[in-house]
Design a protein around this ligand. Structure first.
Ligand code: BG6
Length: 525
C-alpha cells in the first residue's frame, strides 16, 4: 500500500478488536446508564466487541454482580436504540461484574486489581485494559493515581484511559489535571471524549470537504462570506444546575464542541490520513484563532440568560428560578460570538457560533454562506437573488443540503432558491458513544481531543471567562423558547448578515419568530 494513503492503523486481531477488560468508574451514574451500557450493547449486537471481553463496573454503592446486571438491563431497556434480544441477552450480561470502589480509597483498587487479574486468567485474556472515568472530573486525578497505586497499570497488554469533559475549568486547572494523568498514562493512552466528534455528520465534514472536488476550490475567503455554527437546545439545566451554574455555556459548549466544529470546518487537508496528521491540522486552526483581550470581548461576544417563557403549551421558568441555580446568578445560558481564523485561507471570514439552553428548537447545524453574485444582474430584478448555502445538518436530522438559485417557473427574470438535499436520518445510525468506544478499543484516537487542542481552547476561552466574571459585557435576557437575545441577531446584522433559520425554524410564522426574539440586557448587580 502506498504509505501516503495508508489508512489509520488500528490494533485488531484478524479484523476483530483484541480482547480487553473494560473497567468503568461511575458505573451507577447517569452517563453509564444513558449512554455507555447501550453503546456497549449495540456494539456487541453489531459484532464489534472482541470475541472475549469483561466489563467491570465500579462505584461506591453496594451491589453484587446480580444487582449490577439488573441495573444494566434496565439501562438497555430504557435507552438502547435496538431492543433487548432476550435469546442472546445472557451471553452479553454474563460479562458484567461489579466491585465496590470508593474513588479516594487506595485499598479498594487492590481489590479491583485482584478481580481484573482473576477474570483475565479465567478467560485467558491478554491483559488489555481500558479505564473509563464516568464521574465528576474532580476525581480524575485521584482515580488515575490510585489506578497506578493499585497495580492496575502493570500489565503485559495495552492500557488506555477514557475521560469526558470538563477537562479543567481554565487553562491552569486543565494543565494541573493533565500533569496528574500523565504520571500514569502516556498522551497516546489518554482518550479525551468530545462526543460531538462522534457524531456522524461532524465526522462527515472531512469527507464532504476532501472527497469532493467541487468544494475544495471554493473553501476559502475568496468564495465564502461567513460560516455559521449553531447548537441550540430546548432543554434547560435539568438536574445539572450544580455543575452548569459554575460552567455556563462558555465552558460547557464553546470550549469544546463548538470549537471542535470550527476546527473541522477550517482545517487544512491533512498530509496523510493518519491520526496525528489530522489532529495536527486541527490544532493549527486553534493556533490561528484570533484571541480577544478582555476589552475586545464585548464587541465580539453576546451572552444571554433565559427568563421565563414558553415552548409549545408548556410554561417555562426563568434560569434563576431553576432548582439549584444561585439566586441572582449571572451565568450565561446563551452565547453568540464572532470568531476569526487568521490564516491565508480564512482571513476576513467571520465564523459565527451560537449555542444556548431553552431555545425554540433543538438543532445543530453548520451553514457555509457563499459570497453573493453581483446584485445588478438582471436575475435580481425583484431583489430575490440570495446567496448559495451549504448546510450540514448534525442534529436532529443528519444530512446536508445545498441552496441554489434557479429560474422561477413561468417568470422572465424571477429567481427561486431551491435545496438539493441529502439526509440519512432514516437509517439506523450508531450513536456517538458507540463510534467512540469502538475507536478507543481499536486504539484509534483521531476523533478524541489531544492535549494541545484542550490547552489552546482554554487559552482562547480564558479571557472571555474573565470578561464575563468582571461583567465587562452585558448579560442579555431572552425568553425561554426563543431564538436567543436580540443582540445575537444584531451581531450579524452589523456585518450585513443574518442567522439562517435552523431546522424546524422555517416552519414558524414570521410573527412567531419575532415574538420569540425580544430581549433586554439583564441589569447587572
Ligand atoms: C454536553 C453538555 O456536553 O452536550 C450539555 O454538557 C449539552 O449541557 C450536551 O446538553 C448537548 O449534546 P447534544 O449531543 O444533545 O447536542
Amino acid at each position: 500500500m502506498n504509505a501516503e494513503i495508508e489508512a489509520i492503523s488500528v490494533d485488531e486481531e484478524n479484523g476483530q478488536v483484541a480482547p480487553y477488560v473494560f473497567v468503568l468508574f461511575g458505573a451507577t451514574g447517569d452517563l453509564a446508564k444513558r449512554k455507555l451500557y447501550p453503546a456497549l450493547y449495540n456494539l456487541w449486537l453489531g459484532g464489534l466487541m472482541p470475541s472475549a471481553f469483561k466489563i467491570i463496573g465500579t462505584a461506591r454503592r453496594q451491589m453484587n454482580d446480580e444487582t449490577f446486571r439488573a441495573h444494566v438491563r434496565e439501562s438497555i431497556e430504557s435507552f438502547s436504540r435496538r431492543e433487548l434480544d432476550e435469546s442472546r441477552w445472557k451471553s452479553f450480561v454474563d460479562q458484567f461484574h461489579y466491585v465496590v470502589v470508593n474513588a479516594g480509597n487506595p485499598e479498594d483498587y487492590r481489590d479491583l486489581h485482584d478481580k481484573v487479574n482473576e477474570l483475565e486468567q479465567q478467560e485467558n485474556l491478554p491483559g488489555n485494559r481500558m479505564f473509563y472515568l464516568a464521574m465528576a472530573p474532580d476525581f480524575f486525578g485521584t482515580v488515575a493515581l490510585n489506578i497506578k497505586g493499585g497495580g492496575l497499570t502493570d500489565t503485559p497488554g495495552w492500557k488506555r484511559l477514557i475521560i469526558e469533559k470538563p477537562f479543567g475549568t481554565d487553562f491552569d486547572s486543565a494543565q494541573k489535571l493533565n500533569g496528574q494523568l500523565r504520571q500514569v498514562f502516556e498522551e497516546e493512552e489518554i482518550y479525551r471524549i468530545d462526543h460531538y466528534l462522534g457524531k456522524e455528520m461532524v465526522q462527515n465534514i472531512e469527507v464532504i470537504r476532501f472527497a469532493n472536488s467541487m468544494f475544495e476550490p471554493v473553501w476559502n475567503n475568496r468564495s465564502i462570506a461567513n460560516v455559521q455554527i449553531t447548537s441550540s437546545e430546548t432543554v434547560g439545566v435539568e438536574e445539572r444546575a450544580g455543575y452548569y451554574d459554575h460552567s455556563g455555556a462558555l465552558r460547557d459548549m464553546i470550549q469544546n464542541h463548538m470549537l471542535q466544529m470550527v476546527m473541522m470546518v477550517a482545517m487544512e487537508p491533512p498530509s496523510r490520513l493518519k491520526t496525528e496528521a489530522i489532529r495536527d491540522e486541527k490544532v493549527k486552526v486553534l493556533r490561528s484563532l484570533r484571541r480577544y483581550t478582555e476589552d475586545e470581548v464585548q464587541h465580539q461576544v453576546v451572552r444571554g440568560q433565559y427568563i421565563a417563557g414558553s415552548l409549545g403549551n408548556e410554561a417555562l421558568p426563568a434560569y434563576r428560578d431553576e432548582h439549584g441555580v444561585a439566586k441572582g446568578s449571572m451565568t450565561e445560558t446563551f452565547i453568540a460570538a464572532r470568531l476569526f481564523v487568521d490564516n491565508f485561507r480564512w482571513s476576513g471570514v467571520p465564523f459565527y457560533v451560537r449555542t444556548g439552553k431553552r431555545l425554540a428548537r433543538k438543532s445543530t447545524e453548520i451553514v457555509i454562506q457563499f459570497r453573493e453574485m453581483p446584485k445588478h444582474l438582471y436575475f435580481n430584478r425583484n431583489g430575490e437573488l440570495g446567496p448559495n448555502l451549504l448546510v450540514i445538518r448534525v442534529n436532529p436530522v443528519e444530512g446536508m443540503y445545498v441552496q441554489l438559485n434557479v429560474k422561477r417557473p413561468g417568470t422572465e427574470g424571477g429567481v427561486l432558491p431551491v435545496a438539493m438535499e441529502f439526509c440519512h436520518s432514516e437509517d439506523d445510525m450508531p450513536e456517538a458513544y458507540e463510534r467512540l468506544l469502538y475507536d478507543a478499543s481499536r486504539g484509534d484516537s483521531t476523533f478524541f481531543t489531544r492535549w494541545d487542542e484542550v490547552s489552546l481552547a482554554w487559552k482562547f476561552v480564558d479571557p472571555l471567562a474573565n470578561a464575563f466574571r468582571d461583567n465587562s459585557l452585558p448579560l442579555h435576557e431572552y425568553k425561554a423558547g426563543s431564538f436567543g437575545p436580540e443582540a445575537s441577531h444584531q451581531l450579524l446584522r452589523d456585518d450585513g448578515f443574518r442567522w439562517w433559520p435552523v431546522y424546524g425554524e422555517e416552519t414558524m410564522s414570521v410573527e412567531e419568530v419575532l415574538e420569540h426574539t425580544v430581549g433586554q440586557p439583564i441589569v447587572q448587580r
